[in-house]
Design a protein around this ligand. Structure first.
Ligand SMILES: [Zn+2]
Length: 405
């Protein structure tokens, strides 16, 4: 059901046979997004080390900024006064902001631990969840029923974010697509805690929606499904969030790699088919195929630029570490058939030299290639759906990529 005057228009062009996958077009006030699509992460209203022309030339359709970071610096009111995040950062295309929920997680339960969006559940140190009321734990966030209090990682100042506050901040940031405030839990938390957190996320989703309607404007609000690793909780969350009048949905959580695909499938079998779905913070090649096959339309991940700045580069035969000795006199591009600016103009030898010399251009050139690689992989997957060749393409790509990784 669509509301009158609703901007969010999502058309499914083609469905994948015998799976949940689909290719579509998502219309926003700043242009269409052809889905599935990879969203470039611009945490602080910049895709690190790239200017917007480079981001665009890599094929990027949409950029996602971070609510928590932009609220602290420069402040959401400054971004509002600048004309919104797109105008502020000189990105004319579609924009999104996340809700800050993942920061609640990374500054709370996961703070000081090496937990990322994908957790290897086999690591026993991650199976000991620390509690938020554990006062001597080095935490920067505390979760209450009404919201979350943060200690700024920048200056130690205390902030209190409620669902209403998150939505108000996101309206000031002014992205085309914004997210309901949620609590992202660790897969290592026990079932009782997951249930409590899920109840909070559901109440916060309703409150986010009410505040969003009250503030008006033309941004679209996506609700976030949580529920950790538990099948019942995931399905319960998909039913609850899917029944609310959101414009689309995020699938949140820190996943154990081995059960990410089942969690995504459980959720997407329940969410309304006609609305877009975004798998938050996931973007490795094998996960893109998995997500798309299971009905995901949008992905965002810091990996292409973060790995790029560290000298880890995607290729069709797996990732390479450009600082390895063998590349010092390798005068070929990263990939001969790659259409990116970096591969058109530079050799592995030169890029390796920049990394060894700690030159700023190193991270830029590696990020351009990595972003192009991932954005265009998703575009090729989209085309393979349109051409009825998804499963062939998946096998062909992953056979070469995984074998050599
Ligand atoms: Zn390239």
């Amino acid at each position: 059901m669509t509301r009158e005057g609703e901007f969010m228009n999502f058309q499914i062009e083609k469905k994948l046979k015998n799976s949940l996958g689909r290719a579509g077009v998502l219309k926003t006030p700043h242009g269409d997004i052809l889905t599935p699509a990879f969203v470039a992460v611009g945490t602080k209203a910049t895709v690190k080390s790239l200017n917007p022309e480079q981001v665009r030339e890599a094929g990027t359709q949409v950029v996602l900024g971070n609510t928590y970071h932009l609220y602290l610096q420069p402040g959401d009111e400054i971004v509002r006064d600048a004309g919104g995040i797109g105008k502020f950062m000189n990105w004319p295309g579609p924009t999104m902001t996340d809700s800050g929920g993942f920061q609640v997680f990374s500054l709370g339960a996961a703070y000081g631990k090496d937990i990322s969006k994908i957790t290897k559940i086999t690591d026993p140190s991650l199976l000991i969840p620390e509690r938020f009321d554990d006062s001597d734990a080095p935490r920067l966030a505390k979760i209450g029923q009404d919201g979350v209090s943060f200690k700024s990682h920048l200056d130690g100042s205390i902030h209190y974010i409620t669902p209403e506050k998150s939505i108000e901040i996101q309206h000031n940031l002014g992205a085309d697509i914004i997210f309901a405030f949620d609590e992202c839990t660790s897969p290592a938390e026990d079932l009782q805690y997951q249930e409590e957190a899920l109840e909070r996320t559901h109440r916060w989703a309703e409150r986010s929606l009410i505040e969003h309607r009250k503030l008006g404007g033309d941004s679209a609000l996506f609700g976030i499904v949580q529920g950790g690793r538990d099948e019942n909780l995931r399905k319960k969350s998909a039913k609850f969030i899917g029944n609310l009048d959101f414009d689309g949905f995020g699938i949140g959580g820190s996943f154990a790699k081995e059960d990410m695909s089942t969690a995504v499938k459980w959720v997407n079998e329940i969410l309304p088919e006609e609305k877009p779905r975004h798998l938050l913070g996931i973007g490795e090649p094998e996960d893109l195929f998995m997500g798309i096959e299971n009905g995901v339309d949008l992905f965002d991940c810091v990996a292409p630029t973060r790995l790029g700045r560290n000298g880890t580069i995607y290729t069709k035969s797996g990732k390479i570490i450009i600082m390895n000795t063998k590349f010092r006199n390798d005068f070929e591009p990263i990939e001969k058939d790659c259409g990116c600016y970096t591969c058109q103009h530079y050799t592995k030898s030169y890029i390796a030299h920049l990394f060894h010399g700690k030159e700023m251009l190193a991270g830029t050139l590696a990020s351009i290639h990595n972003l192009y690689f991932i954005v265009n992989l998703v575009k090729k997957i989209r085309q393979s759906i349109l051409d009825d060749k998804f499963f062939e393409f998946k096998k062909e790509f992953l056979d070469q990529y995984i074998k050599n990784s």
